[in-house]
Structure formats: structure tokens, C-alpha cells
Design a protein around this ligand. Structure first.
Ligand code: 0A1
Ligand code: ZN
Length: 858
């Protein structure tokens, strides 16, 4: 258990470590219960740092011996580390500690997963391996010797020796301890080769459990594509002779970019058409790329301290988004990213857990691996690129790499590279890193027959600890359309920098230039989701229908359709009559347009999520009723199916089986569209098509979509059993089986379904993936989670509390399901508040979960 009175760490207190580490030599004698770690570390005084104690982090370690230059020393040990008197010159520190990987259920440091030794050191896990300055600004080359009878022994860098029961590794690139990794066990490799642009031959290997070799092709293909893309797009090449990826079943996050030895949650490596969905394939491609891209953005240039986390994460997410756009469809990717921002990041930014992209304080850094740091961090990078243009972007990146290779740097260093190549003052832009909250940008229009005047007012609401905000630099990409549907002004980016700002457009001249009669232009604003803001703009149903039909920007076309769906659902969820004719006409037009990408059509067909609608209602000043929202969405699905039946059936038939399975964007888009129509059609055909698809499916995408369509209409019991019988031996597929039942359960049954599944013999709750599949999915079923009985709140909290002592990191993350509690009616608020308090008041609660519940209670 962590310390009782948790300390808050502040950005302003940063001070460099008073010693420099020249080299680290580690020897591991592996044993599940008594692993010995010998560390030999060369320190010398840091001339650029002030005085300070020689403090090494260390947690849950048993110190066997310590020596300086060969002479034994007796350090003072605390629960957080040790201090020791050291000479005022270079010296060699030697220490031997004992750890027990088998009993490490927190999955931080060295632990065991299914008999395999594995590590997770980001952010502060290395201190559970040995005593060391476990902070990212201490960078050093590492040599590692592993002694074990396990057949495969891996660490960072290049292998320099291998014998019976031992292996040696040398990583020449200085790195912080959080990038250290070690893997040992009975693994098999699927291998390939990559030749870099400079001619370096790199051995690629994906290490998996025996039996999983057949599921690595996609990960390897994605890795090679990422390596090529980073050379072509950013001029970045790989810098070691080996690149290893290991898949493990027990992992708190998605994957980890350890130098030369990426470790992945097996869900993000293993794929075959029979076991993985199109969505899984896309995620594997993106995460493989993300971890690979970290080699430059994160590893070669790293963060000075954990407050700068967005420096590597925002940038690397941005890079993986660019990669996916290039590999697949850019407009579809942009819509998906905007959906993610709005559903997860805006929710965080508008609630008690809001924090800046670069936070200024934390209790537990693991709690700051958030959608704000990652996804809003990526949006900030994207805005920077949009503001300075593609050439300056590339020049700024080149300068950043050249200046800071081998360094641990800050957001100021990052921005300085771009200020230097453009001559721009980026100080106002920097507010995106320091101000929390989602800016609301309201727009009003005035037309005098000649000039169109847009008036922008930006306001960022108060967030915890930040009552007042200054205006931010908002790149607003926009176009103007003629009322006849043609384009008057193509996409242009204007910069909104003032709290109130007006921009004039000579509408008459624009019309004349196109040879059109003068008419009031129709603006299309925030094209391509050019900034992570909420646009408040009074649009009529006719305006939206017009934009859905004519906008030349695919994002805004989709946005207009989304707006139509939203107004129908919000009205229905609040008991107001609303005509859905414009929405249905819009859908009909989109579905029958042969020029549109099927993946785009699928996105237009999807309704906003129930949680998204709850947020929209709340933002509009209405208390959301989760049950009414659920009913409104269900009614609409049935109405859509009734109104568009033939067209949906045709679309399904034309797209469901696009040929021999291939996970590419084209086929995935077609299946995605077919499955979106299937879900609607099952509302009127009583699941007949879905049952047939389930029976015939030869791939997981079709099979799971059919099963989901059946469960959503309260059927599918037989299919669930068939599925379980077929896949009970496959952990990843069974995660889907567990999750789907909870996600698709009717609101009044969700808690019972989840409870029932926790009693299933395969509910191995200590494995994060399985825990998330059942308990996490309960929070994903909005109407079920917020059912008025409060049963789901209780069950959820019981499980968070059960997980907390063994895996605080995952428990803390789960607890954020309650972050939206202030949206709801007094009865729900009281229930959730009591539940959060019950968690808070539990004796021995971890620092991780403790911090989260305190922040949620505010
Ligand atoms: N840096 C990894 C994600 C990661 C972060 C923290 C972890 O444990 C606390 C594990 C992985 C990435 O961005 O992919
Ligand atoms: Zn990352």
C-alpha cells in the first residue's frame, strides 16, 4: 500500500538531479519469488544542478547490499527510496536487491503474466526494480545481463551475448529508466527484416506465446508500414539492429514504447480474420505505429519531467493520426478523432477531472495518462501545424530533433523550435497547454446585402483551480457556400485570437467572381474540426439539411447530419414533438449517393452516443434522463428502419461480403456500412438477417456485429452459447463475448448481466482486459449504468474496491466512470456522490484511486 498522506508534486518545484549517470549495468537473476537485481551505476556530480541529497527512488525492494567504489555503505531507507552519503566526485554505485515478480499484481515494475516475466516502467515503475533516480531527465546507456533458464531472454538495444541460461544486451542510446524493459519466458518469434533508408538492416520480431504465431502478420505489416512512413514523412529512421515487440496478456494500458523492445497488450498485436474485427485491425495498425513513432518522439527526445507528458504523447498521437489518415481515409479518420474528442475529452474537460494539457500538479502521475494529455495534446499539435503551414511544420520538427536529440525537454523547448523557424510569437498559443476547459466559440452572422459579418465570442468556462481564462488562438477553418449549393470560398483558416472578434467577407464580390447572383453566403465553420472547441451556432433544420447536401468539406457534411440526428433525439428525449423528415431525407440522400465512401455513410448513419446526448442536453441547460435518451434512440432506430427499409436492405446486401477477407479501409468501410444497416434492419425483421449473418459469418467482424444486433433487440441467447462454445479457448475473443453482453443489455438488466458474468468461471478479474470487458463495459452502457435503481453504481464501486488493493492503476482509471455525476438529477447525484464517498472512505484505499475520488468530489 502506498503512503497514507499523499504528497502533491508541483511543476514549479522542478530541479535537476544533482548527479549525472554515465552508465547503468544491470544483472537480473530471475526467479518468480526471489529475483535478484544487481545494479552498477556510474554517477558524477552534475555541474548544472544545485546541491541536494543523493536520493534514489525505490519501492517494495529488499536491499541485500550496497557499496560505493567497492566499499559497503549503509543507506537510510524509507518507503519511497534511500539516501546515502556519497563523495563529491565521480563514483560507482553498486546495489543488490531482491524482488518478487510473481506477487506483483499491480503490473508495474517486473511482473509475471502467464508465466512470462515482463516489465512496465512508465511512469515510475523502475523504482520497483532497483534503487535509481527514476525520473525522465536522467538519461543513460544501459547494459543488461539476464540469467534465467527461460528460453527467450530480451532487453533493450542490441544483443551482445547469449549462452546457456544467460543473455546480454546493450542499448547505446541514453534513455530514462521508464524506457527500460525486460522480457523472459517461453515465447516464439515471427520474424521479418527491414532495411532503412540509410541501409541499416533491422531484424524485426514479434514475440508471442506458442500457438499465437499465426496471428502476427498484421502487426508485422503495420510495423514495416510505420517504419517506411516515418522515413518518408518526417525523415526519421530506426537506430538499432533489432526491433522487438512482445505481446502479453496482463497489461494495464495498450502498449509501451520501451527502446527497441515494445511491450503490448496482446489485444493490440494478435489478429486473424476469424478472431479480430476490422476495428481491431485498425487499432493494431495505429498502436503499432504509435509505439514505433515514439522512438523519435519520446525516446530520442524525451520529457524533462512528467508534467511534460503531452510533449511525447500529444505529438505521437498526432503522428499516428496522420499515419492512419494516410493509410486509410483522411476524412473518416478526422470524424473518428473528433468523435473521440467530444465523447471523452470534452467530457473530462467539462467535469471535475479537468486539467490542462500540461498539468501543473499531481499526486499520482499514472492518473494523468488521460484523453486530455493524449488527444487534446494531439489537437494542439494539429492546430500548430494548421497555423504555421506544412513546410514550416516540417522545418520546425527537423529543428526540434536536431536541437534536442538525446535530451529531456519541455513544452517551451518544443514551441521555441517553431517560433524560431517561423518568427511567430507563440506565447498566446501556449495557453492551449496551460488552460483547461473546452472553449465555447459562439458565432453570429449579419448580412447587409453585400458584406457578411461574422462575430466570434470565445469563452472558456472555469475548471478546477482555474476560475479565469484568457482568449486562446483558435484556428478556424471555414468556407462559404452560395445558396444554390456551389462553393463561393474554399477552405480558409482564420485566426480567432480575441475574446470578441469580427471578420468581414465581401459576399457580393465572391458571388460576382463566380458569376452568381448576389445572395447571402452560407458559412461552413470549423471545417475539418480545426480546433477542439464547442461551436455555438444557431442553425435551423434547413441550414443543416443544406450543409449535409452541399458542404464540400466532408467533416462538416457529416457534422450537419449529426446535428439533424441530435436535434431529433434531444427533442424526443425531453418529450418534445419533432419532425424527423429532414433527418430521414438526409440519410436517404447520403445512402443513395454512389460517390460517397461507405465508411463515411456508416458514420452518418450512426446516432450520437447516449452519453454524448446526455452531455449535449446538459450543455443546453437540461438535466439529462438516461432512460429517456435510451428510449429516444431506440425509437429513432425503429423509425429509421421503417422509413428506409428497402434502401437499408439493399445497402446491407451490397456491402456485407465484399470478397475474400482483407482488413483494408475499403473492405472495412463496406462491412462497417453493412453492419450499421444490419443493426437498424433487425429492428423491423426481428433479427432474421442478423441470425442469418451470424450463421454464415466467416470472420469476427460479421459475426460480432450480427450477435450485437441480436442482443440489442433482446434476442441472441442461442448465438451467445454457440459463440462461447466455439471460442472458450481464446482469451481475446472471450473478452468480446463478455463485453458485448454487458454493453447490449437492456437498461434494467445491465447490472444483473454484469453480476452474472462476474460469477462465470472464466471471469479472471485480475487480468485487466477481462475486468474491463465486464466492469468497464457496465459504465459503457449509459442507460444501464445510470439506471434509477442505482444497482450498477453499487456493483461497479464494489468491483473497483476489490481491484484497488491489487491493481490501483486500473482501479483508479475505472473510477472515472463517475466523473459526470453532476450532470444528473438530484436523486442520481446523491446516489453517485454516496458511492464515491464510500470508495473514498474505504480504509487502505490506494493513492491512485484516492486522488481520483477526491478530485471527483471536488
Ligand atoms: N507510453 C505508452 C502508454 C503507457 C503509459 C503508461 C503505462 O503505465 C502507466 C503504460 C503504457 C503509450 O503512450 O503508448
Ligand atoms: Zn504514447
Amino acid at each position: 500500500m502506498k503512503d497514507a498522506a499523499p504528497q502533491t508534486i508541483h511543476l514549479k518545484d522542478y530541479a535537476p538531479f544533482p548527479w549525472i549517470v554515465d552508465r547503468v549495468d544491470l544483472t537480473f537473476r530471475l526467479s518468480p519469488t526471489t529475483t535478484r537485481v544487481l545494479a552498477r551505476v556510474a554517477y558524477r556530480p552534475n555541474p548544472e544542478a544545485g546541491d541536494g541529497p543523493f536520493f534514489l527512488h525505490g519501492e517494495d525492494l529488499r536491499l541485500i547490499s550496497a557499496a560505493i567504489d567497492g566499499t559497503p555503505v549503509a543507506p537510510r531507507i524509507t518507503p519511497e527510496g534511500l539516501t546515502c552519503d556519497v563523495p563529491d566526485r565521480a563514483f560507482l554505485w553498486e546495489a543488490e536487491v531482491e524482488i518478487a515478480p510473481e506477487s506483483n499484481t499491480a503490473l508495474e515494475g517486473l511482473y509475471m503474466s502467464g508465466g512470462i516475466y515482463s516489465t512496465q516502467c512508465e511512469a515510475e515503475g523502475f523504482r520497483k526494480i532497483t534503487y535509481y533516480p527514476d525520473r525522465p531527465d536522467v538519461m543513460a546507456p544501459f547494459r543488461v545481463r539476464i540469467e534465467s533458464a527461460a528460453p527467450v531472454l530480451l532487453s533493450n538495444g542490441n544483443q551482445t551475448g547469449r549462452g546457456d541460461g544467460w543473455a546480454e544486451w546493450d542499448d547505446p542510446w541514453p534513455k530514462p529508466a521508464y524506457l527500460f524493459a525486460l522480457v523472459a519466458g517461453d515465447l516464439v518469434a515471427v520474424r521479418d527484416r527491414f532495411v532503412t533508408r540509410a541501409g541499416r538492416e533491422v531484424d524485426l520480431a514479434i514475440w508471442v506465446r506458442p500457438g499465437d504465431e499465426g496471428k502476427c502478420d498484421w502487426a508485422l505489416t503495420s510495423l514495416k508500414a510505420s517504419m517506411t512512413w516515418d522515413e518518408e514523412t518526417y525523415g526519421r529512421e530506426y537506430d538499432l539492429d533489432i526491433f522487438n515487440i512482445v505481446a502479453v496478456d496482463d497489461f494495464n494500458a495498450g502498449a509501451m514504447e520501451n527502446k527497441g523492445l515494445n511491450i503490448f497488450n496482446s489485444a493490440l498485436v494478435l489478429a486473424s480474420p476469424e478472431t479480430a474485427t476490422d476495428r481491431d485491425y485498425e487499432r493494431i495498425e495505429a498502436v503499432i505505429a504509435h509505439e514505433y513513432f515514439h522512438n523519435w518522439t519520446g525516446n530520442r527526445v524525451t520529457c524533462r519531467d512528467w508534467f511534460q507528458l503531452c510533449l511525447k504523447e500529444g505529438l505521437t498521437v498526432f503522428r499516428d493520426q496522420q499515419f492512419t489518415s494516410d493509410m486509410r481515409s483522411a476524412p473518416v479518420k478526422r470524424i473518428e478523432d473528433a468523435l473521440m474528442m467530444r465523447s471523452r475529452q470534452f467530457r473530462e474537460d467539462g467535469g471535475p477531472l479537468a486539467h490542462p494539457v500540461r498539468p501543473e500538479e499531481f499526486v499520482e502521475i499514472n492518473n494523468f495518462y488521460t484523453t486530455t494529455v493524449y488527444d487534446k495534446g494531439a489537437e494542439v499539435v494539429s492546430m500548430l501545424k494548421r497555423l504555421i503551414g506544412d513546410n514550416a511544420w516540417r522545418a520546425g520538427c527537423d529543428l526540434y530533433f536536431e536541437r534536442h536529440d538525446g535530451q529531456a525537454v519541455t513544452i517551451e523547448d518544443w514551441l521555441r523550435a517553431f517560433a524560431d523557424v517561423t518568427g511567430r510569437d507563440l506565447s498566446q498559443f501556449q495557453r492551449w497547454y496551460s488552460q483547461a476547459g473546452t472553449p465555447r466559440l459562439s458565432v453570429t452572422e449579419a448580412w447587409d446585402g453585400e458584406t457578411l459579418r461574422l462575430t466570434f465570442v470565445q469563452v472558456t468556462p472555469p475548471t478546477p483551480g482555474q476560475p479565469d481564462k484568457g482568449p486562446q488562438v483558435i484556428p478556424l477553418t471555414m468556407g462559404l457556400l452560395h445558396p444554390d449549393g456551389s462553393e463561393l470560398m474554399p477552405s480558409t483558416t482564420i485566426e480567432v485570437t480575441e475574446a470578441t472578434q469580427t471578420v468581414d467577407f465581401d459576399g457580393a464580390a465572391l458571388c460576382a467572381k463566380q458569376g452568381k447572383p448576389v445572395a447571402r453566403p452560407v458559412p461552413s465553420l470549423l471545417r475539418d474540426f480545426s480546433a477542439p472547441v464547442i461551436l455555438d451556432r444557431p442553425l435551423t433544420t434547413e441550414d443543416r439539411a443544406f450543409l449535409l447536401a452541399h458542404d464540400t468539406d466532408p467533416f462538416n457534411r457529416w457534422e450537419a447530419g449529426r446535428g439533424l440526428a441530435r436535434e431529433v433525439l434531444m427533442a424526443r428525449a425531453t418529450g418534445t414533438d419533432f419532425d424527423d423528415a429532414a433527418y430521414l431525407d438526409g440519410l436517404r440522400a447520403v445512402l443513395s449517393d454512389p460517390a460517397l465512401d461507405p465508411a463515411f455513410k456508416a458514420l452518418v448513419l450512426a446516432l450520437p452516443s447516449e452519453d454524448d446526448l446526455a452531455q449535449s442536453l446538459f450543455d443546453a441547460g437540461t438535466t439529462p434522463d438516461p432512460a429517456a435518451i435510451h428510449d429516444a434512440a431506440e425509437i429513432q432506430r425503429r423509425r429509421t428502419a421503417e422509413a428506409l427499409g428497402d434502401l437499408l436492405a439493399e445497402t446491407h446486401a451490397a456491402n456485407a461480403t465484399p470478397g475474400r477477407y482483407c482488413p483494408d479501409a475499403d473492405q472495412a468501410g463496406r462491412r462497417g456500412l453493412a453492419n450499421a444497416t444490419l443493426s437498424l434492419l433487425s429492428r423491423t425483421d426481428d433479427g432474421a438477417r442478423a441470425a442469418a449473418q451470424f450463421a454464415e459469418a466467416d470472420n469476427m467482424t460479421q459475426s460480432l456485429a450480427a450477435l450485437s444486433a441480436l442482443l440489442n433487440i433482446g434476442r441472441g441467447a442461442e448465438e451467445l452459447s454457440t459463440f462461447e462454445a466455439r471460442w472458450s479457448g481464446d482469451r481475446l475473443v472471450m473478452d468480446k463475448w463478455f463485453a458485448l453482453q454487458v454493453m447490449c443489455a437492456a437498461p434494467d438488466k445491465a447490472a444483473d448481466v454484469a453480476r452474472g458474468l462476474t460469477e462465470h468461471p472464466a471471469f479472471t478479474w485480475k487480468t485487466p482486459n477481462r475486468f474491463r470487458a465486464v466492469i468497464g463495459s457496465l459504465a459503457g452502457n449509459a442507460a444501464g449504468f445510470h439506471h434509477a435503481s442505482g444497482a450498477a453504481y453499487t456493483l461497479f464501486a464494489d468491483w473497483v474496491l476489490k481491484l484497488d488493493p491489487i491493481n490501483p492503476q486500473t482501479a483508479a482509471r475505472m473510477s472515472t466512470a463517475f466523473e459526470t455525476w453532476r450532470r444528473y438529477d438530484p436523486a442520481r447525484q446523491e446516489r453517485i456522490r454516496d458511492t464515491i464517498r464510500r470508495i473514498r472512505d474505504t480504509p487502505g484505499l490506494s493513492r491512485d484511486t484516492g486522488e481520483m475520488v477526491e478530485r471527483m468530489l471536488g
